[in-house]
Unconditional design. Structure first.
Lengths: 197, 371
């Protein structure tokens, strides 16, 4: 049975109170490596949101119409990844054709997203929390927007940090991880306000 | 029993459906229709099926940009200037571009897809480049690891300047699945318009050289594309200092034959040829003969590690040392001097520094860069 949460609450919650990045720490690798540059962060955030929206829905359909009826739940990791890879491939071709400008903006990030753990993470949450189709849509897009918000916030903070007198030993990843820690603590302030499960 | 089959069937079914979806979408989405390529401000206009890479589309219409690697993006030779805005430089192109080239939007033609009408600029000489269908007339063993290919191109002709190169097209063979192209300097003189002659030295593991040495036979059909390159004799009175090793002999054989045939006698020519032992040395008799007939031509062969059995009476030592000695003592520095090099990257770098140390400026040292 799907949990009784209304869609707007779920949407807001997935962006802020249970931010996929800052409360679940998913999609960390690209978050840290790309956030140095604001323009790339923006591109990657957009790409994650778009891909999450599509893969969330498709994987929900696969889960409920193929995996569960045939009792193949144990194959979900393999199947979800196959679906994600194919979706990214399709999206890449379509975006390249429809909007070359967007394609260039997303650049190499689109294929990279195939292995972004936030994408698989969201799908697995959908499965564990037993969301229905509409909840899945709002949760996926909300999580994408949350990821986008977090990476933009981090890259903005990084810009400030660049001019700050950081101790030599903490420069680079060190101070980035500390920054993320502070951000996560700030976001923890939201947690408990809304329950997403 | 069923359970065993259901899982693999479902997983492969999902994969198959997705793969089919991608293929179908690829056919629909990547169909760009007919696009126009305008070359050199309308000198030539091509109508081609969009979606392919520029290098191949041009080659399909008999315009051949140089490409030593055959379109893998690893040699950086197939540059052309693109006048239409086709988006920013790709990461695969940047390593091969200088700042000046980026300013005029030079691109690697093998890396860019033609999706709309585009306008490009290529050097005019490339219009002369042809794909020639030839027959191997003769294969001679020049040394233990160098073969000379004499390819007849029948009624076709090839117009080139001595020193230029062709690309030999190697068809798939053995474990090599795709077609490969490799560049070889022509050793035949430009007066022999119906033949292409090249020297191929066996490189262990080399795709093209192995093919020539083990698969190719006299009478076989081969394809060559050319001529390419800007390695040639400069029209000056300066003393020519030519240095080669191994199959680097090829362009010089062509250049000297050409000069001798056309009785160009206004300048001194020194030819240094380095080899390791006697069995790596070749064309000695021909070149000594030429030295006797042509008073301005001086041939200096050198062995770095002569063996007892070689009975070697010529120069010994590394070619750089021999070159240094001659530049100091025998070659007058009163007239201008130009350096011409053909050989491996190591030899070229070493000879360049010997030449510059002896007062020959870098801009007067010419060489082909086959990396």
């Amino acid at each position: 049975m799907a949990p009784d949460i209304n869609l707007v609450t779920l949407f807001i919650a997935s962006i802020f109170t249970s931010n996929i990045l800052l409360s679940n720490f998913l999609g960390m690798c690209s978050f840290i490596s790309i956030s140095k540059d604001m323009k790339s962060s923006n591109g990657l955030g957009l790409a994650v949101t778009v891909v999450l929206g599509f893969t969330g829905i498709i994987n929900w359909l696969v889960l409920h119409y193929i995996l569960i009826p045939y009792g193949l739940l144990y194959l979900r990791y393999v199947v979800f990844i196959i679906v994600i890879a194919a979706t990214v491939q399709v999206l890449e071709m379509v975006i390249d054709r429809i909007s070359p400008a967007l394609y260039m903006a997303l650049g190499i990030f689109l294929p990279l997203i195939t292995v972004n753990c936030a994408i698989l993470g969201v799908v697995l949450f959908v499965e564990i929390r037993k969301y229905n189709l509409m909840q899945t849509l709002f949760f996926s897009i909300g999580s994408g927007l949350g990821w986008w918000l977090a990476i933009m916030a981090l890259s903005a903070i990084q810009k400030k940090v660049q001019n700050a007198p950081v101790p030599a030993g903490l420069k680079g990843p060190g101070i980035t991880l500390i920054t993320i820690g502070f951000m996560a603590m700030a976001f923890i302030g939201f947690s408990g306000m809304v329950n997403v499960q | 029993m069923n359970v065993i089959f259901v899982a693999p069937l479902i997983v492969s079914g999902i994969a198959a459906v997705l793969a089919a979806l991608i293929s179908i979408l690829d056919m629909i989405v990547n169909n760009y229709g007919i696009v126009k390529i305008v070359i050199n401000k309308g000198k030539k206009e091509l109508e081609v099926k969009g979606g392919g890479n520029l290098l191949q589309l041009l080659a399909g219409n008999d315009i051949f940009l140089p490409s030593a690697c055959g379109g893998r993006g690893s040699c950086g030779a197939c540059k052309c200037v693109v006048k239409t805005d086709i988006g920013p430089l790709l990461p695969t192109e940047t390593p091969y571009m200088t700042k000046d080239e980026i300013d005029v939007n030079t691109r690697l033609s093998c890396q860019i897809k033609v999706k709309k009408d585009i306008e490009i600029e290529i050097p005019d000489v490339l219009f002369n480049v042809k794909q020639l269908e030839g027959v191997v007339e003769k294969i001679s063993d020049i040394t233990h690891d160098i073969k000379e290919l004499y390819i007849s191109i029948g009624e076709e002709t090839i117009e080139f300047e001595a020193g230029m190169y062709v690309q030999l097209v190697v068809p798939p063979y053995g474990k090599i699945k795709g077609e490969t192209q490799r560049a070889y300097s022509m050793s035949s003189p430009p007066s022999d318009k119906n033949h292409v002659e090249i020297l191929v030295r066996l490189v262990p593991g080399g795709i093209a050289t192995t093919w020539v040495h083990t698969e190719l036979k006299e009478g076989d059909k081969v394809k060559v594309i050319g001529p390419f390159g800007d390695f040639h004799r400069m029209e000056t009175d300066a003393t020519m200092i030519c240095i080669a090793g191994g199959s680097g002999m090829a362009p010089f054989k062509s250049i000297f034959k050409d000069m001798y045939e056309r009785k160009i006698n206004n300048r001194e020519v020194w030819y240094f040829f380095g080899a390791r032992t006697g069995k790596d040395m070749f064309f000695l008799d021909e070149l000594r003969e030429l030295e006797k007939k042509w008073d301005k031509f001086h041939f200096v062969p050198a062995l770095s590690e002569p063996e007892e059995s070689d009975n070697w009476s010529g120069e010994t030592g590394l070619i750089t040392a021999v070159l240094h000695k001659y530049l100091k003592d025998k070659i007058s520095s009163d007239t201008d001097r130009e350096g011409y090099l053909c050989g491996g990257p190591g030899m070229i770098a070493a000879c360049k520094s010997v030449l510059t140390d002896n007062g020959i400026p870098l801009e007067k040292i010419y060489f082909d860069n086959f990396a």
